[in-house]
Design a protein around this ligand. Structure first.
Ligand code: SF4
Length: 420
């Protein structure tokens, strides 16, 4: 592996530090325009240096929400774009390129189970509902650092796909390779800067604490910058799986209006488990705006389940206000910090002056809609992993590998974290 190229992983993050801080401030200002409260500015990028004498394997995991961006940039299908990206990364010396959809499968399956449990536990005295999704680090950070109790007990405890991918790579895959976790340098490619902050969370399984789930997070836009500055010749390469020589054939996504969200899957699962109802097509009803939508399950005129998707801070504020007053009509809310969902993440679909690139976003939405949907239950690999990796779906290992706990305001900042 060429050290000069390798060092880019570090250099890119370090060079970006100041502009990222500016981007964070800009984002905060934009959000302030739309809401009375805003997130603190995004801190500097997070990265540990990849060192070839220590790290024997360099692995990159790509979020599915980044693929429509690459597909639009390269004018390719998502599957071909993911092969082009894989080829480029491998030409830089990356050994394995993974797709994080398998980690999202785990995250959704655990969210489904938790929702059903909360539904049974819910009472007026001890409200366990609405359950608020936790896959978006921008939202979770806001809930922890600004809102605290009584909001954080409503956050789903299932870890996000990025956190679970960290465990899959540093635990499951490392064991398959007969490596200790700290011999793998794990880079995540993501649609937003918030995922860099998520990589700082201290909830990696204790047995793996000598390492981190993600050692470096690069946004899709940063990857394209590296590509533009690079002169390596690229041959397309298949995306790897965590299971030896087997290669990924075609990109799949989860259901949802404009992001790899879990509302649709939790809704179908809950309808079946709680009311024995089979739900086919899930119909969204737009409420105040296209980023605030509702889905209901009704029988004989009675609403059995009421779910909502609330994207962007203005809609989140609305949901939280009602929750705090004890007047939330929802059983479940899919919460995402970015209006428009993850495709509109600040690490991609931006114009050069930092504004949302609406034309590109529309193109990405069209590309995303054409990706075939696969339910997480349909993955035989995931079912195998529950047995082989986690000792069964109800084992204590599931709790440690796939679930987390939340901090409230006033929690001391991580030493590597920003001082607010
Ligand atoms: S909604 Fe935005 S901040 Fe949240 S995970 Fe998606 S891209 Fe990142």
């Amino acid at each position: 592996m060429k050290p000069a190229l390798l060092s880019r992983y570090y250099v890119v993050c370090q060079d970006k530090a100041e502009s990222l801080r500016e981007a964070g401030l800009r984002e905060c200002q934009d959000r302030t325009k739309r809401s009375s409260q805003c997130l603190p500015p995004t801190p500097v990028a997070h990265s540990w240096k990849c060192n070839t004498s220590e790290h024997k394997v360099l692995a990159v995991s790509v979020c599915p929400q980044s693929l429509p961006y690459f597909a639009a940039k390269f004018s390719l299908s998502v599957t071909d774009a993911s092969r082009r990206l894989s080829g480029f990364l491998k030409s830089l010396g990356v050994h394995y390129v993974f797709d994080t959809t398998i980690a999202a499968d785990f995250s959704i399956l655990e969210s489904q189970r938790e929702f059903v449990r909360r539904y049974h536990q819910h009472s007026e005295g001890e409200p366990a509902l609405p359950m608020l999704t936790s896959a978006c680090p921008g939202w979770v950070r806001y809930a922890e650092r600004v809102l605290g109790h009584p909001v954080t007990p409503h956050l789903c405890t299932a870890k996000s796909p990025q956190q679970i991918m960290g465990s899959l790579v540093k635990d499951y895959f490392a064991r398959r390779q007969n490596l200790s976790p700290d011999k793998i340098f794990h880079v995540v490619v993501a649609p937003c800067y918030d995922k860099k902050l998520e990589a700082l969370r201290d909830d990696f399984p204790s047995a793996l604490r000598s390492s981190r789930g993600a050692d470096c997070v690069l946004t899709s836009g940063e990857i394209v910058q590296i590509m533009e500055q690079s002169d390596v010749s690229v041959k397309d390469a298949a995306v790897d799986t965590l299971f030896g020589d087997c290669k990924e054939e075609e990109v799949r996504r989860h259901g949802g209006a404009s992001s790899d969200g879990c509302l649709v899957h939790v809704f179908r699962h809950a309808a079946k488990e709680l009311f024995n109802e089979d739900v086919g097509e899930v119909t969204y009803r737009t409420l105040r705006n296209k980023d605030f939508q509702e889905v209901t399950l009704e029988k004989n005129g009675e609403v059995l389940l009421r779910f909502a998707a609330a994207y962007g801070f203005r809609n989140i504020q609305n949901v939280i206000l009602k929750l705090k007053k004890g007047k939330s009509p929802y059983h479940f809310v899919e919460v995402l910090a970015c209006a428009g969902g993850c495709l509109n993440g600040r690490g991609q679909a931006q114009t050069e002056d930092g504004r949302a690139d609406k034309a590109l976003l529309r193109q990405m939405e069209g590309i995303y809609a054409d990706v075939p949907v696969r339910a997480p239950e349909a993955s035989a690999r995931v079912q195998e992993l529950y047995q082989e990796w986690l000792d069964g779906a109800d084992s204590p290992r599931v709790q440690e590998a796939l679930h987390t706990a939340y901090q409230g305001p006033g929690h001391p900042a991580n030493s590597r974290d920003i001082k607010w």
